[in-house]
Design a protein around this ligand. Structure first.
Ligand code: GLP
Length: 221
C-alpha cells in the first residue's frame, strides 16, 4: 500500500521533488516528464537555484491548452519562464504537446525515467479528466467544467479558459519508471486520499497510480 508523505512546508515540498529530479539528471541519459500549475512552482524555483547540468536529459510536458488567445498562458511559456530559460538545456531536448503536430510525437513519454505529477481537484492528472479510460494514449480532450473553473484563476475570466487541450494519456504516464505526485493545500487532501486509499476507478483518474510500484506522494497543507 502506498503512503502519503506529509511535508512541513511548501518550500520543502519543492526541495523533495527537486531531489528526485537532480538524481535523474545525474544518469548518463535520462528523460523526465514535467507538470505545470501552481503546485510545482517551488520545485522549479529550487531546480533553478541548484544550477544543475541538464545536458544529458530530455524533457516532456504532460499537457497543453488548445486554441489559446494569449500565448503567455501556454505551458510552453510557463516552462520557459519557470525553468528552461534558467538552465543549460537546449531547446531541441524539450518537448511539448503542440496540438497541430502532437500525433507525430504521440506517446513520446513512453518509459520516462521520472514523471512529476500534480492533481486536479476532481482527481485529474495531466488533463485526463474523470471518466476517461485507464488505457488512454496521448490525445485531444475536452476540459471539464470544474477544471476550467479551477484554472480560471490563471486567466482574466472563465471564458478565456480553453475548452480543449492535448494531454499525455494515462498509459504513457504509468509507463514511467518512477512517479512523484505533488499536492498542496487542504482543497486537494480529500481527493488525494480518495485516489490513493479507496477504489481504483476511472471516475478518479489519479487512482490508477495505486498500481504503480515506484510512486512517491508528497503533500503539504
Ligand atoms: C492543471 C494541469 C495539471 C495540474 C493541475 C493542478 O489542470 N493540467 O497537470 O496537475 O492543473 O494544478 P495546481 O497545482 O495549480 O492546483
Amino acid at each position: 500500500m502506498h503512503k502519503i508523505t506529509i511535508i512541513k512546508s511548501y518550500f520543502e515540498l519543492g526541495s523533495k521533488a527537486a531531489d528526485c529530479v537532480e538524481k535523474t539528471l545525474l544518469l548518463p541519459k535520462s528523460s523526465i516528464i514535467f507538470p505545470t500549475g501552481s503546485t510545482p512552482i517551488s520545485m522549479y524555483k529550487e531546480l533553478v537555484k541548484r544550477k544543475l547540468n541538464w545536458s544529458n536529459t530530455t524533457t516532456y510536458n504532460l499537457d497543453e491548452y488548445m486554441h489559446l488567445k494569449n500565448p503567455e498562458k501556454s505551458y510552453f511559456y510557463y516552462m520557459h519562464k519557470n525553468l528552461f530559460n534558467h538552465t543549460n538545456i537546449s531547446s531541441n531536448k524539450t518537448n511539448f504537446l503542440d496540438y497541430k503536430t502532437f500525433s507525430k510525437t504521440k506517446n513520446y513519454g513512453f518509459c520516462a525515467d521520472l514523471c512529476i505529477l500534480g492533481i486536479g481537484r476532481n482527481g485529474h492528472i495531466a488533463f485526463n479528466e474523470p471518466g476517461g479510460s485507464f488505457d488512454s494514449e496521448t490525445r485531444i480532450v475536452e476540459l471539464s467544467k470544474q477544471t476550467r473553473k479551477d484554472n480560471s484563476r490563471f486567466f482574466k475570466s472563465i471564458q478565456d479558459v480553453p475548452l480543449k487541450a492535448v494531454t499525455m494519456g494515462l498509459k504513457p504516464i504509468m509507463s514511467s519508471k518512477k512517479i512523484v505526485l505533488l499536492a498542496k493545500g487542504k482543497s486537494k487532501k480529500e481527493i488525494l486520499e480518495k485516489a490513493i486509499f479507496e477504489e481504483i476507478t476511472e471516475k478518479i483518474p489519479a487512482s490508477i497510480l495505486q498500481k504503480h510500484d515506484n510512486l512517491k506522494i508528497y503533500y503539504c497543507d
